[in-house]
Design a binder for this molecule. Structure first.
Ligand SMILES: [Zn+2]
Length: 610
C-alpha cells in the first residue's frame, strides 16, 4: 500500500494541505507559532491517517530557514530552503525515521540514542520519528526513557503508534499526545476528487464513495485503491467497475434482504440470496453493504436529518428506518456483524449468508412497526368505520373488533370483553415492575413524561474527590451514565457495547493518574481482554483522561442492561395504563360491544433519542 503512486505524489507537504486532522494541526500550529515546544510528541491513530506526514511537516517547521535563509521556527515551512527540500527528499541528516516494527528496531534505537548526545549537523533540531513505537522491547523503552527524562534542547522525539495501550505509562506521561482520527468517508471522497481532477482522471462520485468506504478511514489505502481503480478502468474510475474490483454489492440487494427480514418473508430472503448467487455477487459483500445500510438506518432513527438530502442512498436508509424500531435495527446490525465473522466458516458463502438472514428472520419483530415512531399518546386519528363493520385507531393503541380490516394487527386471539374491562378498571394491576433506576418518575406519570428518568446519574457520584472509592448503587450510577454517553457518541458498538451493557460496576476509584472501574460480568465471552481493551480505549477517549477497567467474573445484578429492561417494563406498564385510561379508547369500547384491546398490541412510544 505504501507504494501508492497517488499517495506519494500527493503527500501533503504543509499543514494547510493536510486534510481531516484539523484539531491536531491547529494545536501544533499554535505551539509552533508561540514557540511552546514540547520535546516529545505521540501521534496515535490507525494506519494511513497522516502520522508520518505530520511528523515530516513538524520536522520542517522546526528546521525551516525560509527562502532567504533568515527564517525561524514556523507553522508554515517554506518548502524551498535546504532543510525543507532535504526533508521532503528524505535526505535531511538530522531527521531520522525509524520503524520499530522492523527486526532491527532494538539495535537501531540504541544507535539512535547514542547519537542523540551530538548536536544537529545542519539543522536547528534533531527530529527522531519512531513509528509503531509500541513494538519496542522493554529494553529499548528503558533506553529511550533515559533520554526522554533529560532531553537535550536540540532533540525532538515524534512517536507514532496504532496501539497506544502497549506504550508504557512512563513513556506516555512524557509525551504530548495527539489522537489522529480515521478520515471521514466524505473527507476521503472530497480529497480523492481533488487529486483525480489534478491528474485529469474522470471519476464517478459513486465510485469514490465505494473506495472511501472500503478504505475504512485510511487516506493512504483510499489513494492506493484509486491507483488500482485507474488501472482497472483503463484511466477512468467508474462505479460499476469499482464495485466489481472491490467485490462490492449493489445497495438494492442489501435493501431487499433487510426489507424481507422486517416483513418476515422467508421466500423473499431466499430469493434475494439466489439472485446474488446467479449474479455472481459476493455474499460477504452483501453483508458488508447491509451493515452500512443498517448503520445509516440507526443514524436516521436517532437523528432524522443526519443524512444528506440529495443522496439516493440516504433515501433507501430513510425508507427502511421507518420499518423498524431503533433497538431492532441494533439487533439486526449485531447479527450482520457476527455473520460477517462466521461466513468464512460456512460450507460455502451463500449458505453462510442464508443462515445469517434466517437468523435475522428469527429475531425480526413480530409485526412491522408501521407506525413507529408512534405518538406518545393516542392522537384521536380515528379511521371512519368502514361499511359499519368496525374501525381502526392509528395510535399507540390498537383497538380492533372481530372481522374488521385493522391496518396494524395481523392476528389476535379474542379475549373475553370482561378481561379488558377488568384490566381497564384496575390500573393498579399494571403497577411498574420494581425499578432499580434512580429517581424513577412516579408510577402515575404518563409514559411520555417519565422517559428520561434513568438518563443521568446523580452528579454527586461523578464528582467525588480523588482517592475516594465508591461502591454499590453510586458506582452503578456512574457506570450507567458513562455507558449511555459512550452509546450516544457511537463510540461502542456490537460486542463492546454488549460488554458495557452487561457489566455491573461494583467499585470506582479515582486516582490522580486514572479512574479505575471494577466491572462484574457474567458471560465469559464478554470478558475477553480484547473487548475490555476496546471499551477502555473508548472510555478514556470520552472522558479525556485514563480510565482503567478491570473485569471480574460474577452475576451482574445492576448493569445498564438490567436497568434498561426495568425501564422498558415500566414504560410498557405506563403505556398500557395511558391507553386504557384514554377517553377515546373508552368511548370506542363502550360503543362497540365486541371491541377489545388486542393483547400485546400496546407499545410504549420509542425511547427518546439519547
Ligand atoms: Zn523551509
Amino acid at each position: 500500500m505504501a507504494s501508492s503512486v497517488l499517495a506519494r505524489k500527493y503527500r501533503p507537504r504543509n499543514f494547510e494541505t493536510l486534510v481531516g486532522q484539523a484539531h491536531v494541526v491547529q494545536a501544533l500550529a499554535n505551539a509552533l507559532t508561540q514557540q511552546r515546544l514540547h520535546h516529545a510528541y505521540l501521534f496515535t491513530g490507525t494506519r494511513g491517517v497522516g502520522k508520518t506526514t505530520i511528523a515530516r511537516i513538524l520536522a520542517k517547521s522546526l528546521n525551516c530557514t525560509g527562502p532567504d535563509g533568515s527564517g525561524g521556527i514556523t507553522a508554515q515551512p517554506c518548502g524551498a530552503c535546504a532543510a525543507c527540500t532535504d526533508i521532503d527528499g528524505g535526505r535531511f541528516i538530522d531527521y531520522v525515521e525509524l520503524d520499530a516494527a522492523s527486526n532491527r528496531g532494538v539495535e537501531e534505537i540504541s544507535r539512535l540514542l547514542d547519537q542523540a548526545v551530538y548536536k544537529p549537523v545542519s539543522g536547528r533540531f534533531k527530529v527522531y520519528l519512531i513509528d509503531e513505537v509500541h513494538m519496542l522491547s522493554t529494553h529499548a523503552f528503558n533506553a529511550m526513557l533515559k533520554t526522554l527524562e533529560e532531553p537535550p534542547d536540540y532533540l525532538k522525539f515524534v512517536l507514532a503508534t496504532t496501539d497506544p495501550q502497549k506504550v508504557p505509562a512512563t513513556v506516555l506521561s512524557r509525551c504530548l499526545q495527539f489522537n489522529l482520527r480515521p478520515m471521514a468517508a466524505a473527507t476521503i471522497v472530497e480529497h480523492l476528487a481533488t487529486i483525480l481532477a489534478a491528474e485529469d482522471v474522470a471519476a464517478e462520485t459513486g465510485a469514490l464513495k465505494l473506495i472511501a468506504r472500503s478504505a475504512r478511514g485510511s487516506m493512504r489505502d483510499a489513494q492506493s485503491l484509486a491507483d488500482q481503480a485507474i488501472a482497472y478502468g483503463s484511466g477512468r474510475i467508474e462505479e460499476a467497475a469499482v464495485r466489481q474490483m472491490l467485490g462490492a454489492v449493489d445497495r438494492s440487494h442489501a435493501a431487499r434482504c433487510i426489507e424481507a427480514a422486517t416483513a418476515r418473508d422467508g421466500a423473499a430472503l431466499i430469493g434475494a440470496v439466489d439472485s446474488l448467487r446467479e449474479l455472481g455477487l459476493s455474499a460477504a459483500g452483501a453483508l458488508e453493504e447491509m451493515a452500512v445500510l443498517l448503520q445509516e438506518m440507526a443514524i436516521v432513527q436517532a437523528l432524522p436529518t443526519a443524512l444528506a438530502e440529495d443522496d439516493p442512498d440516504s433515501e433507501t436508509a430513510r425508507r427502511l428506518a421507518a420499518l423498524l424500531a431503533a433497538d431492532e435495527t441494533q439487533l439486526l446490525y449485531s447479527i450482520v456483524l457476527a455473520g460477517r465473522a462466521e461466513i468464512a466458516l460456512a460450507p460455502d458463502e451463500y449458505s453462510g449468508l442464508v443462515m445469517v438472514l434466517l437468523r435475522m428472520l428469527a429475531f425480526a419483530p413480530a409485526e412491522a412497526h408501521a407506525d413507529a415512531p408512534a405518538p406518545p399518546t393516542p392522537t384521536g386519528a380515528v379511521r371512519a368505520p368502514s361499511a359499519g363493520s368496525g374501525m381502526a385507531v392509528r395510535s399507540a393503541a390498537t383497538v380492533a373488533t372481530p372481522a374488521i380490516a385493522a391496518t396494524q394487527v395481523a392476528t389476535s386471539v379474542p379475549v373475553p370483553r370482561a378481561s379488558a374491562q377488568r384490566s381497564a378498571s384496575a390500573p393498579g394491576a399494571f403497577a411498574p415492575a420494581s425499578s432499580s433506576a434512580p429517581a424513577s418518575a412516579s408510577p402515575s406519570a404518563p409514559a411520555s413524561a417519565s422517559a428520561p428518568a434513568s438518563a443521568s446519574a446523580p452528579s454527586s457520584a461523578l464528582s467525588h474527590a480523588p482517592g475516594d472509592s465508591i461502591e454499590g448503587a453510586p458506582a452503578a450510577d456512574l457506570w450507567a451514565a458513562l455507558v449511555q454517553r459512550l452509546v450516544a457518541a457511537g463510540a461502542i458498538t456490537a460486542m463492546v457495547r454488549e460488554l458495557a451493557m452487561q457489566a455491573e460496576c461494583v467499585r470506582a476509584v479515582d486516582s490522580a493518574a486514572a479512574r479505575h472501574l471494577m466491572l462484574r460480568v457474567e458471560r465469559e465471552n464478554l470478558r475477553a481482554p480484547a473487548l475490555r481493551d476496546r471499551l477502555q480505549t473508548a472510555a478514556t477517549q470520552l472522558e479525556g483522561r485514563p480510565v482503567q477497567l478491570e473485569i471480574e467474573a460474577g452475576a451482574a445484578v445492576d448493569s445498564p442492561a438490567v436497568r434498561d429492561a426495568a425501564e422498558r417494563d415500566r414504560r410498557q406498564a405506563d403505556a398500557e395504563r395511558v391507553i386504557q385510561d384514554d377517553p377515546l379508547v373508552k368511548a370506542l369500547m363502550a360503543q362497540y360491544k365486541t371491541a377489545r384491546i388486542v393483547p400485546g398490541s400496546v407499545k410504549p412510544p420509542p425511547s427518546p433519542a439519547p
